[in-house]
Each structure stands twice: as structure tokens, then as C-alpha cells.
Design a binder for this molecule. Sequence first.
Ligand code: NAD
Length: 501
Amino acid sequence: MSYATRVSEIFSELGIALPGPSPRALEIRSPIDGKRIASVPVATPAELTAAVDRAQSRFLAWRNVPAPQRGALVRALGEKVRQHKQALGRLVTIETGKIAQEGLGEVQEAIDICEFALGLSRQLYGLSIATERPDHKLLETWHPLGVVGIISAFNFPMAVWAWNASLALVCGNTLVWKPSDKTPLSALAINGLLLAAARENGVDPDGLSAVVVGERDLGEALVAHPSVRLVSATGSTGMGRAVGVTCAKHFKRALLELGGNNAAIVCPSADLKLAARAVTFAAVGTAGQRCTSLRRLIVHRSIASQFVKQLRAAYEGLPIGNPLDDGTLIGPLIDAATHERMQAALHAAKAVGATVHFGERVAGVAGGCYVRPALVEMSAQAGPMCDETFAPILYVLPYDSLEEAIALNNAVAHGLSSAIFTRDLQEAEIFTSARGSDCGIANVNIGTSGAEIGGAFGGEKETGGGRESGSDAWKNYMRRATNTINYGMSLPLAQGIKFEI
Ligand code: NAD
């Protein structure tokens, strides 16, 4: 059965209509075999404006709905996603090429964040602060913000929206989402479930959440629209730089989740068996196409050759092929351009004296682009090792002292995820201290990828500084007001200022 047929079966199970033919259609292809799976109409600038205007007028009513009632809608979305987990997971796999387990994991992440947001809908708390004046009250209160524009990358076509949407909705906002033009079907599916959940629960879906399909120019128009109060953008650093500038020009908020060039340090005391498993999953999972994929491995010189040998053995045996098949651990790259960038990076590494193991194209499903992940031994942190190549390449570099290893970890432009493998308490504490890793995520004895939704997710420097998902990330989606209330009969001024009239 073709993947196009499987996609239309998934949409009919979900009860969502696949878009029909259109003169402005974008051809969507599965990376599994490169064949067309659907055509999706591209939104015009006028359609984008209409979607934002509808979201703005819906916001004026939605902000008045009590937060726990907004939470009930997000709970209903979570239940629908759970009910269709298998179908949604398959859709993610067909559209992105990530293996079945990871497709299901992505859907589970959407379910988890809906549960988190439901609880949050009863915990949107402010502060009561001591005041210097008698008969006064000083408060901090939080209010809905407005229309949230979401821009997402191809590699997490449901979870990233779910992180944003579930929190933004319970916080009283409405949504307009421009997904990656490579993966709009996952977007149409999960957004369709939200609208169905709204209808079934007596909530008017009009203007609550819209998907606009298109390329970069449509994203730019969404960012520039004056009614969009927050732009949550996930993608490359180049994209974030452009989005950030536009947001700054219009004094609107930007929540940026951008690229990563993530490292792990393997210390002499590490459990090397555990480290090899964790490193392999982090480096080759999702065929190296996660923002948190492990790209740089900094190994103590005394164990470097032994550890590389262990990794080579693991890499040699990796099952590569159709991501829907049981047992496959590495699916295809998203497209041929990614393969070209990968080969260019390996070429550049050789030019600075590196030894490259693997990285060659392998037979997978005809029409797809399958590679054996590359392991690259470096003698210095140089050339392509300093950049994010969004493909399965792991650079390995020896170190002599922990201070040197931490300096190498921090000496790149990005600051997303990092890890240390050690059984030495002092090394672990130093790595996670103020003089340790400068990344938004610093792990001990687990890899760089695979974060849980409970923590705040995001990174520093050219990763953009944004935080999404758990902890207090909800504050991004609300505006803060400080309220001073005088319940006395006099008017004492702050700082003791006298102003008698
Ligand atoms: P991309 O930057 O090419 O595209 C991401 C999205 O931005 C797409 O929807 C695209 O159409 C849109 N876009 C591009 N330029 C734009 C502009 N100037 N204005 C508005 N929108 C614009 O990224 P990609 O190839 O889809 O994804 C891979 C990248 O995303 C990697 O760098 C990866 O590290 C990053 N990523 C980061 C996170 C994170 O949470 N930090 C998560 C996933 C992916």
C-alpha cells in the first residue's frame, strides 16, 4: 500500500478531511521513499491576515473564559490525541522519517503536555508583595496576552506545537500556526483534533487555532502582523535571527528555540557501557535530526581510543531502513539537500585532518536518502565541528583536564544541550555549577536528547534563550500587571514624597 493511501486512511480514522486539489498546492513527499503523499494548498497573504484577525476577535472572548474551563478543552485535546496515538505516530513517521518508536514518543509528548497544561489551568498564580504604605496592597497578576503566532520546524511536527498550544490556550490566548512546509500534514491532523475537541465540548472553534501552510514568506508575514503579540519560533538560528529582528522592530515578544551544537564529556570514571548506549542514542536517534542531537564528544585521552572502538562497533551494527519496520533504529534523512550538507561537512572535516568512519549512503527504501551515521575523530575543535550540521555526524575529540573539556563544551555559538558521563561527584557538580556547562540543559549520565516535559526546555546564546514546556514557561504566554490598591482614607506616596495641595 502506498504511503499516500496510508495517509488518507489516517485522516479518515481521525475524521479530518484531507485538503483537495488546489492551484496553489504544495506537494508533500515522504522521506521514506521520496514519493508524493498529499498536496496541501498554500495560504495567501490575505488568508493569513484573515486567520490572524479571526484569532484576535476570538481572543477577546476566550480571555474571559475561566482558566480551568480552558484547561478542560486542552484535556479533551489530550484525550483525542491519546485515542489516536498509533495513527498520529504513523503519520509523524511517514512525514518526517523518524522511526516508529520516536513517532509514538512525539505523540506521547503532546499527551503529556496536555496533562501538564490541565493542572496548570488551576495554578496560574500571582504574588502578594509587602508594601511600604499603610492600608495598601501590592499585587502581581497575570493575564492573557493575545494572538500567539507559532512557527515550527520539520523534525517535531506535533510536539512543538503541543508545547506551545496547550500552555497558550490555558493562559487565555488564541493561535495561528505556520508549520514547516515539509510537514504540514501532522499539523493539519493535530490542529483538526483540537477543533473537533472544541466542537464536541461546546466551545466555538472559530478563531481558536488556525494552521496556515506556506514557506518562509508566510512565516515572515505572520511575524510582522500587528495583532500577533508573541511569536514562538522553532527552527534554525538563521531563521531566529530574522524573526528576532522583526519582533524587536515591532516591540513584540519572541520566544526563540533555535539550533544546537551539543556536546558530551566522557570522564575516566564513567561507566563506559552506559555511556556508549546513551551517546549512540543521542547521536544517531532521529538520524541526527534533533535540535538536541549529540554532535560533539569530548573524551578523556586515557579512554578515547577504547571508547571510539566501542562506538564503532555499535555504529557498524545499526539497523538502517524503513522507519515503520520493527527493529529499524535509523530512518531516512528528511531530504537530499540534508545529505549534501552532511557530505560537505565530512569533506570539510577531512580537510582539517579528521579521520572519518562511516557516513556513506546505504540502501534503504528506494527513493529515500539513507546514511550510516558518521563518527569523526578530530585532533582539535575546528572546521565543521564548530557548526550545527543537521545530520548524523558525531565529532570525537580527546581532552586532558576537566577545565579544558568544559571550555571546549562552551566554546561554540550555540548553548542548547550538554552532558557529562562520570561517577565522580565533584566532576558532576562542577559541570552543573556556575563554572560548568553554559547550556540550557546540562545532564549527568544521560545523553543530550530526550528531555521530559516537566522541565523548562531551551538554550542560551545562538539557541535563542527561549524556554518552553514545563516549569514556569507558561509566563511567556501571559502579560504581568503590578497592582497597587489603596484601601485607606489617605494618600501616602511611595518613597515618602510629600506633595500637598
Ligand atoms: P528552518 O529554520 O529551515 O525552518 C523552521 C521554520 O521557520 C519553518 O516553518 C520555516 O518555514 C520558517 N522560517 C524560515 N525562515 C523564516 C523567516 N525568516 N521568518 C519566519 N519563518 C521562517 O528549520 P528546519 O530545517 O525546519 O529545522 C531544523 C532546525 O531547527 C535546526 O537548526 C534545529 O536545531 C532547529 N530546531 C530547534 C528546536 C529547539 O527547540 N531548539 C527544535 C527543533 C528544531
